[in-house]
Design a protein around this ligand. Structure first.
Ligand SMILES: N[C@@H](CCC(=O)N[C@@H](CS)C(=O)NCC(=O)O)C(=O)O
Length: 175
């Protein structure tokens, strides 16, 4: 079960919420150790939003100060914070609200334009990624190929090879 979170703004296609869907404007902070964050990374890939929404993975072990960024390259796949050069996720929260007293959780969807946390509730973030960024993701056909790829990944390496060979002439698979 997830716990209540504080930031519940929505990115919308028309920008009526104050957060307009734009390529390059939003950043997703996740930990691979967090299942709630994990579902946001899955939807980001399935929707082909890797170029439109940047992503940083924190250290997979939570430090006494909460989720930390890896600055020395010691953890494969984890990087320094490219937006604020923060050392911990909690800095994003305190920048958004210096009086914040809740948990410094991931995932966090962050607006690079206003330096604000848009949302830190995974169930809401995946809805936004699914419906509001269609302009910036892949085509329906590319997405279907990717979904097939993910299914095959669960089934068999032989099938993966077949799918890749079959689609290689028509589609670009960016996994
Ligand atoms: N309601 C949140 C829950 C997220 C959550 O619980 N994240 C955990 C890791 S799985 C976290 O960051 N915890 C930090 C802490 O408790 O200090 C969501 O689904 O997005």
């Amino acid at each position: 079960m997830t716990t209540n979170t504080e930031f519940h703004d929505f990115v919308t296609r028309d920008g009526s919420s104050g957060f307009k869907a734009e390529a390059g404007r939003y950043h997703l902070y996740v930990s691979h150790a967090c299942p709630w964050a994990h579902r946001t990374t899955i939807v980001r890939v399935l929707k082909g939003l890797e170029k439109a929404i940047s992503l940083t993975v924190v250290h997979y072990v939570m430090s006494p100060d909460g989720w930390a960024f890896v600055k020395d390259g010691s953890v494969e796949g984890s990087e320094p914070d490219p937006v604020l050069n923060a050392s911990h996720i909690k800095e994003l929260y305190l920048l958004a609200n210096p009086n914040y007293v809740g948990r410094f959780s991931v995932p966090v969807l962050f607006d690079k334009q206003t330096n604000k946390i848009v949302n830190n509730e995974s169930s809401e973030i995946i809805r936004m990624l699914n419906s509001e960024f269609n302009e910036f993701g892949e085509t329906e056909e590319q997405r279907k190929v990717k979904e097939i790829f993910f299914c095959c990944l669960c089934l068999s390496p032989t099938l993966i090879t077949h799918v890749l060979v079959f689609h290689s002439s028509t589609c670009t698979l960016r996994i």
